[in-house]
Design a binder for this molecule. Structure first.
Ligand SMILES: OC[C@H]1NNC[C@@H](O)[C@@H]1O
Length: 448
């Protein structure tokens, strides 16, 4: 008899986006520039010199997009708040029109029985703060605490689930170590400092929330499970380093108040020692973690790779997405059971899961066929259910993404949406995967 995939009562079905990737109008109504506004307008940084000036024009079209969410039966919507819309200089003066936009967004979601889940920082640091050192300046934790407080005071209660940071690993690995993402630094001494101040900022935000918030706060991390390419000691050690660097570097401090021991092997003299007071701030209790899962990594030792001395081994037997990620649903089950076992079965939301496959720039007679994405969703939702059967405490799932959008420095070349966006006309067209997902939501998983 085949397994039933009906999800537990109360499991939440949603979709996710992020401000700079969909909103457009980055400087409208008094908003200040973010580092992504600057980065995207720096020639050579973005594929095709794409930028977020228009994106999906969500700033103006959010009501239409919420109507689409409603038509799909979504129960929740994860979005991010543009810090520099609300605080144009990153601190001090509040731009009421920026706050008003997010209040309208939240109130419209609630009018449509869609629960808002807000991420305070999804990479778009105010440029004015980057001028003061950004994530390298120890004061950034207080700046983030101040911004968090502004948001909590205005919207807590209507927003009942807050995430402080999205994927701090990507921010530091991409923005400070390898330079592919804003602010585009390549410095192994800066990366650990940025990482630590991101975590301190998380701590200050949680501290602020405990003083005024009444609901839940957590952190969102990307996790890519690592599998040794062979039984050799070298490959096993490489796997351990890769797991420490990506998957434990943020959760270990948050849950245990200490960094993985491999961090000093990886960064050597560039790895600082931090005061216990910082680790106490970082490891205050949180209410949930968001896990963003896309793929796994089969890891081998590679002396030439910097700074990890570890490289992925391609798995030709499996499908790969347009972003070069192996489709490996078992990795999601493995990730969720790993989190359960290592961190004491905290409440977890899959805050992002999805794939970029080739989709046409225009819908054909009102339809966009995306069978690979339908298959990806089916396999990964089944993997979530398997993790729940294994005792994991999973509160919900947010597909990445609601809309095709700006995939950072890859521009508009990668389409992750279950809803197609024609960037010339801003026409939205639910793809076959949106209809499939709507059926899963309506049946609470029974149709998986
Ligand atoms: O690469 C796909 C997604 N991954 N997590 C962060 C999001 O902003 C990305 O678009």
């Amino acid at each position: 008899m085949s397994k039933s995939y009906v999800f537990p009562e109360g499991f939440v079905w949603g979709a996710a986006t992020a401000a700079y990737q969909i909103e457009g109008s980055p400087l409208a109504d008094g908003a200040g520039p973010s580092i992504w506004q600057r980065f995207a307008h720096t020639p050579g940084r973005m594929l095709n010199d794409d930028n977020g000036d228009i994106a999906c024009d969500h700033y103006n079209r959010f009501r239409d997009d919420i109507a689409i969410m409603k038509s799909l039966g979504l129960q929740s919507y994860r979005f991010s708040i543009s810090w520099s819309r609300v605080l144009p200089e990153g601190k001090g003066r509040v731009n009421q029109k920026g706050l008003d936009f997010y209040e309208r967004l939240v109130d419209t979601l609630l009018e449509n029985d869609i629960a808002p889940v807000a991420t305070l920082f999804h990479w778009d640091l105010p440029a004015a703060l980057d001028d003061r050192g950004g994530w390298l300046n120890p004061d950034v934790a207080d700046w983030f605490g101040e911004y968090s407080e502004v948001m909590f005071k205005r919207l807590d209660g209507r927003i009942k689930r807050w995430a402080t940071l999205n994927e701090p690993w990507v921010v530091t690995d991409g923005g400070y170590l390898h330079g592919a993402l804003a602010p585009g630094h390549r410095n192994r001494f800066e990366a650990p400092i940025a990482s630590h101040h991101l975590l301190r900022a998380h701590g200050k935000s949680v501290q602020a929330y405990r003083a005024i918030g009444q609901h839940d706060i957590g952190i969102v991390v990307n996790i890519e499970p690592k599998y040794a390419a062979s039984d050799s000691a070298e490959d096993q050690a490489a796997r351990d380093r890769a797991e420490a660097y990506m998957n434990r570097q943020y959760l270990d401090p948050v849950f245990f108040g200490k960094y993985p021991e491999q961090m000093r092997d990886i960064f050597g003299e560039a790895w600082p020692e931090w005061p216990q007071a910082d680790m106490d701030l970082i490891s205050q209790p949180i209410d949930f973690i968001g896990v963003n899962y896309y793929t796994r990594n089969v890891t081998r030792h590679d002396e030439s790779s910097w700074p990890l001395k570890a490289s992925p081994v391609r798995q030709p037997q499996h499908t790969y997405t347009e972003t070069g990620w192996e489709v490996y649903p078992q990795g999601l089950t493995d990730t969720l059971t790993w989190v359960k076992q290592r961190y004491g079965n905290p409440q977890v939301f899959i805050t992002e899961n999805g794939a970029a496959f080739f989709d046409p720039p225009k819908a054909e007679r009102g339809r966009v066929r995306d069978p690979l994405r339908v298959s990806y969703l089916r396999q990964h939702l089944r993997a979530v259910h398997d993790a729940i059967d294994a005792g994991c405490n999973i509160g919900g799932y947010f597909v990445w993404s609601l809309l095709d959008n700006l995939e950072w420095s890859l521009g508009y070349s990668k389409r992750f949406g279950i809803v197609h966006v024609d960037y010339q006309t801003q026409t939205r067209t639910p793809k076959d995967s949106a209809r499939y997902y709507a059926g899963i939501v309506a049946s609470h998983g029974a149709r998986l």
